[in-house]
Design a protein around this ligand. Structure first.
Ligand code: ZN
Length: 382
């Protein structure tokens, strides 16, 4: 997805990206403005849209700065036509921290609204007949309204929106995190479905219906991702070592990208494990290699194209820890170590399939002398 977004800048050191579809919205608003009031209408309405998105960015910065205060790294803020999204490395499974981080977003909107309320002669003027959009007062009234709506709308208890996260955090005080998420996501699906119907048949607002559809899907996706990364029946008793692929390609750290490309000559394209005499120094992803080659950087050393920090897995970790990693990392293979020695890689694209095969193998090769139904742990594979 990252290739479909454009990097803007980094306020407070937090990367701000805009998704290309945002420009469709910009073009649409420019067109509407032009049809309503010619060049002035176009400039003004595009200006208002950008101002709204400044508020969206401030809202997301509220979440991000609160998260950073708890030491949670923020990957980036992504702007989409439907709003903004602060992407964190991981969300703390600590209800109190999640509450603070979540409330920080709408709090920014209510703060901005309060400032405008105090500064404007007639903050509710946009509701009155004779409202003049094309004036500074009118513009600020719209920004006031937008922040009120943004603050209130985000607090609806529809997971994964802020209100839904608050609901989940409150539930998580009383029960298991996964169960709390399941309840929050289920409530959200009912409310979002009702929202779609309301938007279509009562309010006649297809854009709002689309927004609720995204929320519906978003809640379900987040619940599924969490379910996959939590211990469950399918992953119980299995370890990272069981899923580790022993065949993988390595290249020495002194290679340049052309030499790395040559390594792939007789293999299917794949990520490469980079080694020096101390051991594994990183993973060169095939996407990075391809991009760099296309940018004419074939003579550059591979070490300039691998991240300085990369996740390592230990063979004796439970399998579910892998899923959490896969959900947040872009690379597809992860080096696996056992007693400090590199023994293979976990291949993200085959984890589900490998797990199926592990189950098949365990069924057909139960440990000798132990009836299958009484077996509590899977056989250790060679
Ligand atoms: Zn928010």
């Amino acid at each position: 997805m990252r290739s479909w977004s454009i990097h803007l800048f980094a306020p407070f050191g937090i990367r701000l990206d805009v998704h290309v579809t945002f420009f469709l919205l910009l073009a649409f608003i420019a067109f509407v403005g032009w049809s309503n009031a010619g060049p002035l209408g176009m400039t003004w309405q595009v200006g208002i849209l950008l101002l709204i998105f400044v508020c969206v960015v401030l809202h997301e910065l509220g979440h991000s700065l609160a998260a950073r205060r708890y030491g949670i790294p923020v990957d980036r803020i992504l702007l989409l036509p439907i709003g903004g999204m602060a992407q964190f490395r991981q969300m703390p499974r600590d209800p109190w921290k999640e509450l603070v981080i979540t409330i920080a977003g709408p709090a920014v909107n209510f703060f901005l609204a309060a400032v405008l309320y105090l500064g404007l002669a007639d903050p509710w003027g946009f509701l009155r007949p004779g409202f003049d959009l094309y004036s500074l007062e009118g513009l600020l009234q719209v920004v006031f309204a937008v922040n009120m709506i943004m603050g209130v709308f985000n607090l609806l208890p529809v997971f994964p929106m802020d209100g839904g996260r608050i609901f989940r955090a409150l539930l998580a005080y009383r029960m298991d995190y996964l169960k709390a998420t399941f309840i929050a996501a289920t409530v959200a699906k009912v409310l979002a479905a009702a929202g779609v119907l309301l938007a279509l048949f009562v309010l006649g607002n297809p854009l709002l219906a689309i927004l609720f559809t995204f929320i519906f899907i978003g809640g379900e996706m987040e619940y599924q991702a969490l379910r996959r990364s939590s211990p469950n029946k399918r992953t119980a008793n299995w370890f990272v070592g069981d899923l580790t692929r022993r065949s993988f390609l390595t290249i020495p750290a002194h290679y340049n990208l052309r030499e790395a490309l040559n390594t792939l000559a007789l293999h299917r394209p794949q990520d490469l494990v980079v080694m020096d005499h101390h051991g594994c120094v990183g993973v060169l992803t095939k996407e990075k290699l391809k991009d760099a080659l296309q940018a004419g950087k074939a003579d550059q050393p591979v070490t300039e194209h691998i991240p300085t920090k990369f996740p390592l897995l230990q063979a004796n970790w439970p399998v579910y820890t892998v899923f959490e990693l896969l959900d947040r990392e872009e690379q597809t293979i992860f080096p696996v170590f056992e007693n400090g020695v590199l023994i293979g890689v976990i291949d993200a694209s085959h984890v589900d399939e490998s797990l199926d095969w592990l189950h098949l193998r365990a069924k057909h090769f139960p440990p000798p002398g132990v009836p299958e139904h009484s077996r509590t742990s899977p056989p250790k594979l060679p």
